[in-house]
Design a protein around this ligand. Structure first.
Ligand SMILES: *Cc1c(COP(=O)(O)O)cnc(C)c1O
Length: 388
């Protein structure tokens, strides 16, 4: 059996909408991008949804709109993809890395609190809902609450968190700015793409301009012929080229409509893994702190224990030989040479992320997987680690 780490589901609806875009002759940002924005604004119950060409560009726009600049400090979890960290450096700001709970990969509110206390001039906090489970945002001791109380904005990197629900509601429905990813192997895709949602008027206005060269209104308005003076434009800042083309947005509209079914399918796979590994000494999986139906189940990482006869590197190689594709999420930021050297970072300051990183392997979890394929992955993990 050959099971890739990720495979896209059938794309009949996507093909139809992409054809519509090609037939229309309008390939760049247009009505499908608007349509996708509308869907996210409705789902998140936010005033603004801004389609962008990646989550990375969305995070950059968000940080820029919050006026993060040279020598500012931004708190970022060490357990994330490098994109979350790099946008801080795009703006000349510096990172303050936070460790994560190795059982959930989430930053604990306590850690955010300590970070703010130790570094009172923190300008913003980034939160990552790792693997598709929401960090503790709501409630008296939630991250959103304690940052609000300290006057510090929170940017949520929700690249794994669609669809996903916290006590407050869907991720994206609360907080300052939230950014989703539509990268090729995320829970919904446009090939490359992303979405920024917010209720912050000033930030939304800034991001809308900066998304397209700093022009004061977008190309679609200028060419849609609604206004007699539609040819006039002005540039108010040296903006970026971060708009989402309609070719991609059309894929997104079709994917959005299936995203909730996709989530249900991933939940079924997660439950199959969890029941197989529940009483097994050689592997562990992440703790859930929310009901299964609130979890996006984007990733299913397992950790090999010291009862396993192979370490995680051997496990990756053996699974590959058996036809099972895997991945690792992620090599912590504090280990990456650029950040390690710039900030003189030490492994012992991040015991949670280190513990997880040394043991982790992410197993395939996507709607196109059959129950038989999941069984095969389970069988390979159990045999290889010496559980059976
Ligand atoms: C995928 C990912 C990103 C980057 O998303 P792009 O859309 O590829 O820019 C950022 N953060 C996390 C946590 C991710 O998994």
């Amino acid at each position: 059996m050959k099971i890739p780490f990720f495979r896209l589901s059938e794309c009949d609806e996507e093909k139809q909408l992409v054809n519509e875009v090609l037939d229309s002759g309008w390939l760049t940002t247009g009505k499908f991008a608007r349509e996708l924005e509308q869907r996210f604004a409705d789902y998140c119950q936010t005033k603004h949804a801004i389609a962008v060409n990646s989550c990375t560009s969305g995070l950059h726009l968000a940080a820029e709109a919050l006026s993060i600049g040279v020598n500012d400090k931004v708190a970022v979890p060490t357990m994330t993809f490098t994109a979350t960290a790099e946008v801080v450096r795009y703006l000349g700001a510096d990172l303050v890395l936070m460790d994560v709970n190795p059982k959930t990969l989430l930053v604990e509110p306590e850690t955010v609190k300590d970070t703010i206390e130790r570094t009172p001039d923190i300008k913003a906090v980034m939160v990552v809902h790792m693997a598709g489970q929401p960090a503790i945002m709501a409630g008296e001791n939630g991250i959103q609450t304690l940052c609000n109380n300290a006057g510090i904005p929170v940017i949520q990197d929700a690249a794994h968190a669609f669809p996903c629900w916290d006590k407050y509601g869907p991720i994206g429905s609360f907080g300052d700015i939230t950014v989703f990813s539509f990268y090729a192997n995320k829970t919904m895709t446009t090939g490359e793409g992303g979405m920024v949602v917010t209720n912050d008027e000033a930030a939304a206005t800034r991001m809308q301009k900066m998304r397209l060269h700093g022009i004061d209104r977008d190309v679609f308005d200028r060419f849609s012929g609604k206004r007699a003076d539609a040819w006039i434009y002005d540039v108010v800042a040296p903006g970026f080229k971060y708009n989402l083309p309609d070719v991609n947005a059309a894929i997104g509209v079709a994917q959005f409509d299936k995203a909730f079914e996709f989530r249900d399918a991933r939940e079924r796979i997660a439950k199959q893994y969890e029941s197989a590994f529940a009483d097994i000494a050689t592997v562990e999986y992440l703790e859930s702190r929310v009901a299964a139906e609130r979890h996006a189940w984007h990733l299913f990482p397992i950790m090999v224990t010291d009862k396993s006869v192979v370490d995680r590197t051997e496990l990756i190689h053996k699974l590959n030989e058996l036809g099972v594709g895997t991945s690792v999420h992620y090599r912590p930021i504090h280990q990456l040479s650029y950040y390690k050297n710039r900030y003189d970072l030490r492994a012992e300051d991040f015991p949670g992320a280190e513990h997880y990183w040394n043991r982790c392997v992410s197993l395939p979890i996507y709607p196109a997987m059959t129950a038989k394929q999941v069984d095969y992955v389970i069988e390979c993990v159990l045999k290889t680690t010496g559980a059976v």
